[in-house]
Design a protein around this ligand. Structure first.
Ligand code: GDP
Ligand code: MG
Length: 190
């Protein structure tokens, strides 16, 4: 098992609140309600992150200490509905400050996307940032339990074409893809 111990460390509003780098970061991004907190809880085998019925307004970078050596970093997501220009700017600034400060620490950048939607603007921006900073990117398709196998096949192809990166279909309900995600994490963190 990858995660032996996990605890919430800090919700950083500013870069000054980032913890000292350890053996590496894995960051998690995705639009609000995509299932990011649920995935973090599955990976950590405990309720660490708050799973929301309504899309949250969290605009902090949350650091979780894993096995006393690594950080899982929960990046803020875009809101559900249309967001203001100012809000978008603040989101970009936070992500950019994290990437520019920690690019050498980041072993893997995980982007969750809803398997029922096409690539959203914020997803595209995020992938561009990852490319700019030369980060390893993993696309995780969430909520695949809502799709048929035929639909899913098309969606996996669509996202790997769109982002030119590895895509893992995942579901919190039937646990599809969890093993593959864990294997990927073990590989980058060992
Ligand atoms: N059907 C389905 N629902 C999911 C899945 N993952 C998360 N959810 C639900 O989606 C909602 C948002 O989840 P949450 O983890 O809070 O999303 P976050 O905003 O990205 O952190 C919750 O109601 C979850 O129970 C999944 O794989 N399949
Ligand atoms: Mg969340």
């Amino acid at each position: 098992m990858l995660v032996k111990s996990a605890r919430f460390l800090v919700a950083a509003h500013t870069v000054e609140q980032f913890p000292e780098p350890l053996k590496g970061d894995v960051c998690f991004a995705g639009r609000s309600n995509v299932g990011k907190s649920t995935l973090l809880n599955i990976l950590c085998n405990q309720k660490l992150a708050k799973v929301s019925k309504t899309p949250g307004k969290t605009r902090t970078i949350n650091f979780y200490l894993i096995n006393e050596r690594y950080y899982f970093v929960d990046l803020p997501g875009y809101g559900y509905a249309a967001i203001s220009k100012a809000e978008r700017q603040r989101w970009k600034k936070l992500i950019e400050s994290y990437f520019s400060l920690r690019k050498n620490e980041i072993k893997l950048s995980v982007l969750l996307v809803d398997s029922r939607l096409t690539a959203q603007e914020s997803d595209k921006i995020f992938v561009e940032y990852c490319e700019h900073y030369g980060l390893n990117l993993l696309i995780v398709l969430s909520k695949t339990d809502k799709l048929s196998e035929t639909q899913l096949k098309k969606v996996v192809q669509y996202f790997s074409d769109e982002f030119g990166s590895e895509v893992i279909p995942y579901s919190a309900l039937n646990r599809r893809g969890v093993k593959e995600i864990v294997e990927r994490l073990v590989k980058v963190l060992e």
